[in-house]
Design a binder for this molecule. Structure first.
Ligand code: NDP
Length: 270
């Protein structure tokens, strides 16, 4: 922790060294003239209890939480926001009162709304994956009024558990997918992190393809979608910026102007 910083924030998880969150929070702080430190805190499984106590004692205001702690941290929360409870995962922790929140879903939704120019970013949406990020995505899409949200996941048990917690979710197997049914596909798997693709069929796809993974110059999934004829592709940079901004609000800090940061990277047109 840097001694001069007035507001201490950080990301706990393992691994965290690849995270681009520090540059996002540094940009927010600079734009608002605030003295903020945002540290990447490598915290392995089993070390969360001790680390949270240390960070609270050290005066940290808030944390983002990533793998492998997004579920385990719920046991440390005195209260949960409705969206954290719905998603079944916490990515934002306010340390003063140990309030857990999940800003992934709203972050994704805001980016999709910007890309599509619509409050309801699709009629028929396919979400790939069934883990924490997929749960937040499904909950946010359903909350926004998307009528048909379909989930495909390799592990059928994980998909069934998601559908049980989020009623109205349709399940589909990868080998029975008909991509032409969907106007938006959200890749909420971690496949692109390893340069891999989910087992998608070799069919044309003319809709919008969104990968939650942030990748410089695109991801394996956005390149796949471009090859299949997608009319628009995007990686998760806009989502990262939007969920970070929402975390500031949870931490009791002023809401950052995300448009400014997105415009500086050529993501937002207005
Ligand atoms: P998890 O590691 O928990 O997600 C695992 C999911 O990915 C499972 O559904 C798993 O399927 C699936 N998966 C992994 N590899 C493959 C593959 N090769 N083919 C098909 N499916 C695969 O991560 P999270 O849910 O927390 O996050 C998912 C991704 O979203 C991460 O890569 C993360 O970086 C990104 N993310 C981005 C954010 C942003 O702001 N841009 C915010 C949050 C997350 P199975 O169950 O079958 O094993």
């Amino acid at each position: 922790m840097s001694d001069g910083a007035a507001i201490h924030l950080g990301l706990v998880g393992s691994p965290v060294s690849h995270s681009r969150s520090p540059e996002v929070h540094a940009a927010f702080a600079a734009a608002q003239g605030l003295d903020v430190s945002y540290e990447l805190l490598e915290v392995g499984e089993g070390a969360l209890d001790h680390e949270l106590a240390e960070l609270r004692a050290a005066g940290f205001r808030g944390l983002n939480v990533t793998l492998p702690h997004k579920l385990a941290v719920m046991d440390h929360c005195a209260s949960l926001s409705e969206r954290a409870a719905t998603a079944g995962a916490v990515n934002t922790l306010r340390l003063e009162d140990l309030h857990g929140d999940n800003t992934d879903g709203i972050g994704l939704l805001r980016d999709l709304q910007r890309i599509t120019g619509s409050d309801v970013p699709g009629d028929e949406v396919l979400v790939l994956g069934a883990s924490g990020a997929a749960r937040a995505a499904v909950a946010a899409l359903q909350g926004a009024g998307v009528g048909g949200v379909c989930v495909a996941n390799r592990d059928p048990g994980r998909a069934t558990a998601l559908a049980a917690d989020l009623p109205g979710t349709q399940l589909v197997r990868y080998d029975e997918l008909e991509l032409a049914r969907y106007d938006l596909i959200v890749n909420a798997t971690s496949a692109s992190l390893g340069g891999e693709l989910p087992p998608l069929p070799a069919q044309p796809f003319a809709g919008i393809a969104y990968d939650m993974v942030v990748g410089r110059g695109g991801t394996a999934f956005t390149r796949w979608a471009e090859d299949r004829g997608a009319r628009c592709t995007a990686d998760g940079w806009g989502m990262l910026v939007e969920q970070a901004a929402e975390s500031w609000v949870t931490w009791g800090l002023p809401r950052p102007d995300t448009g400014r940061l997105l415009r500086s990277r050529g993501v937002a047109s207005s």
